[in-house]
Write a protein that binds this ligand. Structure first.
Ligand SMILES: [Zn+2]
Length: 84
């Protein structure tokens, strides 16, 4: 069973070092509700991995517990200067 987090391939290291001077990383987890089928994202939490069942949060739409699963995890670089 592959239960490790899966991340997209990283760009080359020089690129990362450059961006780290200015950008801050932000990880987002996309959750899917098995009850009402909506997908929504929230801030990544430690321990999240793709296909993980979330049993300590309830769906923000139908408010049922133990119906959420992690659909996707992605990271992006945020430019603090550009954010409003
Ligand atoms: Zn729901």
């Amino acid at each position: 069973m592959a239960e490790e987090p899966q991340f997209p391939p990283l760009p080359d290291i020089g690129d990362i070092l450059d961006r780290k001077k200015r950008f801050i990383p932000k990880k987002t987890t996309v959750l899917k509700c098995n009850e009402c089928n909506i997908k929504y994202s929230r801030e990544f939490k430690e321990g999240d991995y793709v296909f993980k069942k979330i049993d300590d949060e309830e769906c923000k739409e139908c408010h049922r517990g133990t119906v959420l699963a992690v659909e996707e995890i992605y990271s992006e670089w945020i430019d603090p200067k550009k954010s409003k």
